[in-house]
Design a protein around this ligand. Structure first.
Ligand code: 5AD
Ligand code: SF4
Length: 442
């Protein structure tokens, strides 16, 4: 399994892994010697696109059955089949559940099999996009991704997602609760609800969003920790902020992509909020969570630098906004032109060096704010959900705090790292760096 891109793709890969495993397959660490190589792909930016084509091309003589799915499968089905005859299966974003059957067919017929349901047909289909009963293999036994909706109706002018993932389709409320129960019974301690825009969860099924209600229902179901991604600022409702603050299991970490701090650029991006509105949302979330007595909120965001026509002044407004929020983390991207999106028609004439220089200034500011954010935890106790030992040091435990910070603590001499995996312990923080905290088990 080779997975590119977002958490939705990671979740799809866990489902594919589960289905193939149930049929006797076994995931291996390297594509060398594998019988079947499944790519779950991303085309949100050009770099991921190019990497995928490069990797698939290099498997020409591998002898393996190569299956390419996800967003590039959806977008380029015809091209993949025509240009890469060694690709045995192409599947789209709505066809995850048929992959085992497609692989079987390709093996039997020794001919390429392509199955891509169009977004229009997927929108008409009655069955839910994902089968809540399907087998699933999770990366960590104690963590589960739970897709509550797929697709996006927002059409931000730079973004290809609505074209490859189709319109918003929510999983029925009861199915999400059933899946939650199944996961808890299976030992899951932390659930991350997933959707391109979770705030509009339910609008397609019930005529109005039911995300706040869903947060309360899943959050009060007995799950230890609940997280969710991604929220569009224009759809973040007061009732959702209230649920976020009040339900104890919901962790105080909010990913709220802002994309830009310039109202002119935000309008061109079709984001439908202003910088002022964004800052008001941050304030109301911060104060609601503080009033509820939780840890301070770790705000994270996505920012695009160099959107067509972005001026130095626009960019400085982005810096000012990022500074005002004090993000605990920010995913920063240089604008990447995507064919078929409205932004691709605009002149993209800011020189590369100027964009690079802006990008570097933003990264520096975000590193400072991440460092500042972490300082407030020095000499404090934080509940940590441990993953296991740190990748670099077997004697060091690694886990996550409420704000999703990576937290390290030395492994006690008489214990194994596995004794801690998937369990919560309090840690006294003694060191606060930009990207991690360190402390001692209490
Ligand atoms: N160029 C650069 N970044 C993009 N993103 C989406 N489309 C593009 C693009 N064309 C970023 C946005 C989004 C994140 C997942 O990827 O910031 O929130
Ligand atoms: Fe893309 Fe905008 Fe939808 Fe996010 S909300 S997936 S950026 S179109």
């Amino acid at each position: 399994m080779i997975t590119f891109g977002c958490q939705m793709n990671k979740s799809d890969s866990e489902r594919i892994d589960g289905m193939l495993n149930a049929l006797g397959g076994e995931a291996v660490a390297s594509s060398e010697g594998a019988d079947i190589i499944v790519f779950v792909t991303c085309c949100v930016r050009e770099a991921a696109d190019e990497r995928l084509y490069g990797q698939v091309a290099s498997l020409k003589n591998s002898g393996a059955l190569v299956a390419v799915g996800g967003c590039i499968g959806q977008r380029d089905a015809a091209e993949l089949a025509a240009k890469m005859p060694h690709v045995g299966v192409v599947f789209g974003t709505h066809n995850i559940m048929s992959l085992p059957a497609l692989i079987k067919e390709a093996r039997e017929t020794q001919a390429p099999v392509v199955e891509v349901i169009s977004n229009a047909d997927a929108a008409e289909a009655e069955h839910p996009a994902l089968d809540p009963e399907a087998p699933l293999r999770r990366e960590h036994a104690w963590h589960a991704w739970l897709p509550i909706m797929t697709g996006c109706n927002n059409f931000c002018s730079y973004c290809v997602v609505p074209y490859v993932r189709g319109r918003e389709r929510s999983q029925p409320f009861e199915d999400v609760l059933k899946e939650t129960e199944r996961l808890i019974a299976d030992g899951v301690k932390e659930i991350t609800l997933l959707g391109q825009n979770v705030n509009s969860y339910g609008r397609d099924l019930y005529g109005h969003p039911r995300f706040a209600e869903l947060l309360r229902a899943v959050g009060n179901s007995g799950i230890e920790r609940l997280r969710f991604a991604t929220s569009h600022p224009k759809d973040l409702l007061p009732e959702t902020i209230a649920a976020f603050a009040e339900v104890p299991a919901i962790m105080p970490a909010l990913h709220l992509p802002v994309q830009s701090g310039s109202d002119r650029v935000l309008a061109a991006m079709n984001r439908r909020y202003t910088a002022k509105r964004y800052l008001e949302l941050i304030d109301s979330v911060r104060s609601a969570v503080l009033a509820a007595g939780k840890e301070p909120v770790a705000f994270s965001t996505d920012i695009i630098v160099g959107y067509p026509g972005e001026t130095e002044e626009d960019f400085e407004q982005t810096l000012a906004l990022a500074k005002a929020v004090g993000f605990a983390q920010a995913f920063t991207f240089m604008y990447s032109k995507r064919e078929g999106t409205p932004a691709a028609a605009h002149d993209d004439d800011t020189p590369r060096e100027v964009i690079q220089e802006r990008f570097d200034r933003l990264v520096e500011l975000v590193q400072q704010s991440a460092w500042d954010f972490n300082q407030q935890f020095l000499n404090q106790g934080l509940p940590v959900l441990f993953e296991g030992s740190s990748k670099r040091d077997a004697q060091m435990l690694a886990g996550r705090g409420p704000g999703n910070q990576t937290i390290h603590a030395p492994l006690p001499a008489d214990k194994q790292a596995s004794d801690f995996s998937g369990k919560l312990f309090p840690v006294h923080i003694t060191e606060a760096k930009t990207w991690y905290l360190r402390g001692t088990l209490l």
